[in-house]
Design a protein around this ligand. Sequence first.
Ligand SMILES: *Cc1c(COP(=O)(O)O)cnc(C)c1O
Length: 394
Amino acid sequence: MIIPMSKPCLDPSDIQAVTEVLKSGQLAMGPRTIALEHAVAEFVRAAHGIAVSSGTAGLHLAAIAAGVCEGDEVITTPFSFIASTNCFVYEGARPRFVDIDRQTLMPDPSAIEAAISEKTRAILTVDIFGNPADADPILEIARRHKISVIEDACEALGSEYKGRKAGSLADIAVFGFYPNKQITSGEGGLIVTNRDDWDAVIRSLRNQGRDVHGAWLTHDRIGYNYRMDEMSAALGLSQFQRLNSLLESRRLVAETYAQHLAKISEIECLMPLPTTTRMSWYGLIVLVAPGVKRDLLMRELETRGVPTRTYFSPLHLQPAYRDRFGFRSGEFPVTEDIGSRCLALPFHTQMPETDIAYVCDALKASLAGEGVRQVPSLPRNFGMPTTVSRSTPS
Ligand SMILES: *Cc1c(COP(=O)(O)O)cnc(C)c1O
């Protein structure tokens, strides 16, 4: 038996929506893209929604709109997916990483404020694993220092922070629709903002630098092809219309997991924060106890047909960033500790309870595997037959 790591939840209405696009013959940006933009913008009560070809493309355009340029610094978390930092590194800006707090897994607002310098152009928050960042104090700090806040909400569509929707907690926010997210459009992303001026710039940059009302082949700025296609938009819209039921199913999967995992003392399940008034489950992320060798555990699980992923490897230790910015290990100790103990378990919207139970049983069995738990070093019997049977600590 092999358990899938993740799986999009596609139903006949999704397939029909995409088929209709193919029959219509209009495959590039058209009515479905516009409908998806309106639906998501209305959902988060934003004035503008702009669909793009990926979450990464959306973050890149958000960084440009926020005025991030060569030589600027952007304050952000080193505990994230690399796109949340790449998006402004593309523009020649430098990451000013702030170590995370152990409880929230995000930088503390006071630590963010302490990192602000005259080079700071923006703060980029990441709503990690569905938990929105602590937006109120961060926005207050940003207003006082006259800098912008960009919200990477790629993992948090449908989550709420103190009753407000993820994606409405900053000057601009971005959702991602990759197949392992809460809803998918295949590849795709969507920017939401209340800033009219940013909306116009972003629509132009998305479409080769043409102004929204500009003439054909007149390019006012150097833009990109970051457009979403109509098949993706139709799928995204069809999925978005089922968002509540998808999130409800994911909540049930997460709660079933939590019940099973409660019996395993070496595993701690990450939970919604007190400020998260509605949790949109991105995945099932656990922390293994400090004495457990995570990488050995992963290998044991793999042999039992249970894939897992490390979420996240600290960004400052990525070879590309070490080379470019000279980061060293030890600089962000909490991120490094959590990064070495975090594990994403298989998770998808329709995961049956039998699969969840299978994963948890495999976890128990794998924890008992050779060398997985660090045992206190045994006295060595040099020259003696090495048939010492190791007992696992209780
Ligand atoms: C998924 C994700 C993105 C965007 O990814 P794309 O694959 O480009 O859509 C950005 N940031 C975070 C934190 C993500 O999880």
